[in-house]
Design a protein around this ligand. Structure first.
Ligand code: PBG
Length: 332
């Protein structure tokens, strides 16, 4: 076996999995603030994600320009609205933060793909990914609140249409409500937006690795958790079922999220879905490597490139990662 490992040229020749900037998507956090003053800086660092900032629209456009220069094909937009309410109305407001940022980025960089995260959690004051209603199974004034699946789906579809109208190239629902892909497909088609693809967060697990993101987006649930709508970490077959349902409902791409603790799921999804598969190398995975590198425990460049290669090898056609700019630089 060692004959083909002897020189770099031979190893390159027989390498099975290649990592390219063209497969990486850079997530951006866009904040609804005027930018530039002391009280409203144009960039707000995220403490748990060193190197990643919340951006004003102007800074997001600048960051998009850097992505283009580095050969990255796409950004994934998350919005942090000025105000939140029970119905997450900022999500489907045609003048909302993601809609404004999408228009600004597409104006400046028409060839860069803008993918938008479609969810209510950044826009609801309770931080859940959908609407709440009194739990019909626990009566009384102190009864628990539960997710209103079908009511949420309607607003999620409205959000996707609003993003597509603003110029989003791809909409990516991350809410995990049942039936949302079909509802989004129908709503887009009805509005004459039949050419807008859906990247469905299909295998989205109820994960501890979203912690830093929730600090970044201010979207931690005010009470309870997301286990009634996101997948249980022990369930691989169920992830596959979710994926095939989304394919059936009209998803153009599916996603596995997080990536590293779910590489087995990624392989199963790649083998069965028959459509492009994305993997989300999430905030906690990023924070883990950055912390180890900062402490001097790991060589950051080598660890990041090995990690991203492993995600590709497990079956990802596309990797969404906060390391995208660094990786693109290192791969040049
Ligand atoms: C919104 C959403 C989340 C992430 C992407 N979209 C957070 C969550 O579900 O709590 C996490 C991304 C990351 O951790 O990098 N629903």
């Amino acid at each position: 076996m060692r004959r083909l490992r002897r020189t770099a040229a031979l190893r390159d020749l027989v390498r099975e999995t290649r990592l390219e900037a063209a497969d990486l998507v850079l997530p951006l956090f866009v904040e609804a603030n005027p930018g530039g003053s002391d009280t409203h800086p144009a960039r707000t660092p995220i403490a748990t994600m060193p190197g990643i900032d919340r951006l004003s629209i102007g800074e997001a456009v600048r960051e998009a320009g850097e992505a283009v220069a580095l050969g990255l094909p796409a950004v994934l937009l998350f919005g942090i609205p000025a105000e939140k309410d029970a119905h997450g109305s900022g999500a489907y407001d045609d003048e909302g933060i993601v809609q404004l940022a999408t228009r600004a980025i597409k104006d400046a960089h028409p060839d860069l793909l803008v993918i938008t995260d479609v969810c209510l959690c950044e826009y609801t004051d309770h931080g859940h990914c959908g609407l709440l209603k009194p739990d019909p199974l626990s009566a009384g004034p102190d009864g628990a609140q539960v997710i209103d699946n079908d009511g949420s789906v309607e607003l999620i579809a409205q959000t996707a249409v609003s993003h597509a109208r603003a110029g989003a190239d791809v909409v990516a629902p991350s809410d995990m409500m049942d039936g949302r892909v079909a509802a989004i497909r129908a709503a887009l088609d009805e509005e004459g937006l039949g050419d807008t693809p859906i990247m469905a967060y299909s295998s989205k697990f109820a994960s501890a690795f979203y912690g830093p993101f929730r600090e970044a987006a201010g979207s931690a649930p005010a009470f309870g958790d997301r286990r009634s709508y996101q997948l249980d970490p022990g369930n691989g077959a169920e992830a596959l079922r979710e994926t095939l349902l989304d394919v059936d409902e009209g998803a153009d791409m599916v996603m596995v999220k997080p990536a590293l603790p779910y590489l087995d799921v990624l392989r199963r999804v790649k083998d069965e879905a028959g459509i492009p598969v994305a993997a989300y190398n999430v905030s906690g995975e990023y924070a883990m490597l950055k912390a180890a590198a900062a402490a001097g425990y790991l060589d950051e460049r080598a660890a990041v490139l090995e990690t991203l290669t492993s995600i590709r090898r497990a079956g990802a056609d596309i990797i969404i990662t906060y390391h995208a700019k660094d990786a693109a630089r290192w791969l040049q």
